[in-house]
Design a protein. Sequence first.
Length: 407
Amino acid sequence: MDEIKQSYHKKNFLAGDIIFEEGAPADCAYIVETGQVEISVLLNGQSIVLGIAASGDLFGELGLINDDLRSASAQALDDAQLILIDRNMFKRKLDEADPIVTFFLRALLDRFQEVRSNLVTLKKEHEKQPAAQQRFNHNANYEADKTRTIHDIKLETNLLTALKEEEFVLYYQPITHLKKHAIQGFEALIRWQHPTRGLIPPSEFVSFSEKTGLIVPLGNWIIKEACRAQKILRNHFPDISPFISINISALQFEKPGLASTIAKIIHKYENNPEDIKLEITETLLMSNPEHASTTLHNLKKIGVKLAIDDFGTGYSSFNYLYRFPFDSLKIDKSFIDEILCNTKSAEIVRTLAHLAHNLGMTTIAEGVESPQQAARLLEYTCDFGQGNWISHPVALTDATALLAKFK
């Protein structure tokens, strides 16, 4: 995908392959994914092994920050897979003040001191205890930082691969009209169909995608796929033309041209803009209300519907409800969970539904798990319910079957 900035990539080496040689140009660093790599230097014409890099070890890192030639050689001892970290990527991370930089700077300083010490003493010590028997050693804090950072690099690498290999899928949870007991829309929810781990829930990768910026290309893919699905559902059920709700991330929302991007996607799939509903969390509105107002009004101009999501769990300023052009208010699951047993939660739900209607908005209750909750919500004049009461999130083919059953 053109919008993905290449951060890392993997490369395979066979046993005996030279990864780089002492004196060669240095333009990247490596993390050992599998296998072992021997690091060595020439001293007085003799090859001295500095150490063995194995799974999780970082080497060649000085190439990330300077234009010096390699000060050591690296050779695969057995078949190995390495993650390559490009210097330009690292400089971009440095410019963005990414937390990963802290780890690399510490690694560089520690390793530089280690190598300098080894070069001074190895000539005398290697005959007593060959350096090939030694591994890179660091203190406990360093090891904890390394483990966390290597995990993040591997996850980002795998997410990039997943985007390129189209491993992501959308599941669809019905949104049901409580009075009619009929499905009128779906919320699109992402899943990762991993080739070896199976279906991975969003809790394991969405927040990380936010942190790395991958949520932007991932979010754009979600919009495209959801609009494509809406067209399929509309063709099957033209009398209903079910709407699709799509969650918009903070980074997507901050990007200029969001409305234009969505308008082009809607045009491509010939959607009615009113059948596309964008869900915006209230916390997203807090950081820059002026930008939020401009963006939301631009989105309204292209005809899409807007919902404020998770209302009541954050700052919950009622200012948002009249200042911004929302069409729907989604009542958070935490209130619905207690609606039958907690009078305060019940009264909050009743009040929010009444307030939303007075402001010209529909209400959607999240996390409806039982017919009793649905009946209470209908009593409180809530318009829609979403939750396992009707169905958990399902694949598109199953969503079509559900529509046929509850229409």
